[in-house]
Design a protein around this ligand. Structure first.
Ligand SMILES: Cc1cc2nc3c(=O)[nH]c(=O)nc-3n(C[C@H](O)[C@H](O)[C@H](O)COP(=O)(O)O)c2cc1C
Length: 206
């Protein structure tokens, strides 16, 4: 089939969703929903696992990541979607009571970060470097609302026990983890091809 020139977008390029967890100054947890996340390999010595995390305009999660230098990335499984959607569509800056809806929060094993018990995989991340991405910031001008890329080191991971049982075929365990992806046109989709609604919809189901 012929290819045609398209509008620049990442449609058809699946991205899993993560809930970033940070502690606020008073010790209460804060969560936001994110998809601009990529794994990378930090090739020093034996190397270690890293993450490339892009955060757009200024927001509570970004403030807290900058302030704390650490955060958690909790894979959003299907069961978490109503809450995840709420966290993704509710601005922390504009809604001081955003955290009135909370998952089961567990402290990180290694870093001072909140993690989500209902998430199948929670990674504890340490920020190594922040890069401003807007052209103005790269030119040294002030651009307060610009996008930032955080290069992070994965320091620890906690994973649902059943997912580590290698006697169960990997695809079965992946189905059990049930990561939700967003793959274009602002919709939530499962790996087995079910549509879970548009951004802003699942939060009303709980
Ligand atoms: C599906 C989905 C994915 C999102 N991914 C990102 C992202 O990767 N980067 C980003 O800056 N904002 C992203 N957002 C927007 C944030 O979730 C939103 O700004 C939210 O208010 C962040 O929480 P906070 O304001 O409490 O920090 C996404 C929203 C949705 C619904």
């Amino acid at each position: 089939m012929a290819k045609v020139k398209g509008k620049l977008s990442n449609n058809f390029c699946p991205q899993p969703l993560y809930l970033y967890g940070t502690y606020q100054e008073d010790g209460t947890p804060h969560f936001g929903l994110f998809c601009w996340f990529g794994w990378c390999w930090l090739g020093e010595g034996d190397g270690s696992l890293g993450a490339m995390v892009c955060i757009g305009e200024e927001k509570t999660t970004k403030d807290l990541i900058r302030k704390n230098g650490v955060f958690s990335a909790n894979l959003a499984g299907e069961a978490l979607l109503p809450l995840a959607d709420y966290y993704g569509c509710t601005s922390g800056r504009e809604n001081p009571d955003k955290m009135k809806r909370l998952p089961t929060v567990e402290p990180g094993q290694v870093l001072p970060v909140p993690t989500i018990a209902e998430s199948p995989v929670s990674v504890e991340l340490k920020v190594l470097k922040e890069e401003a991405l807007s052209q103005a910031r790269l030119n040294g001008e002030s651009a307060p609302g610009s996008s930032s890329l955080f290069l992070c080191q994965a320091v620890n991971v906690t994973i649902e026990e059943g997912l580590t049982d290698q006697s169960v075929p990997f695809l079965e365990r992946l189905a059990q983890a049930a990561p939700v992806i967003t793959s274009g046109e602002e919709r939530y989709v499962t790996l087995d091809g079910r549509d879970l609604g548009g951004w802003g919809e699942p939060q009303n189901k709980n």
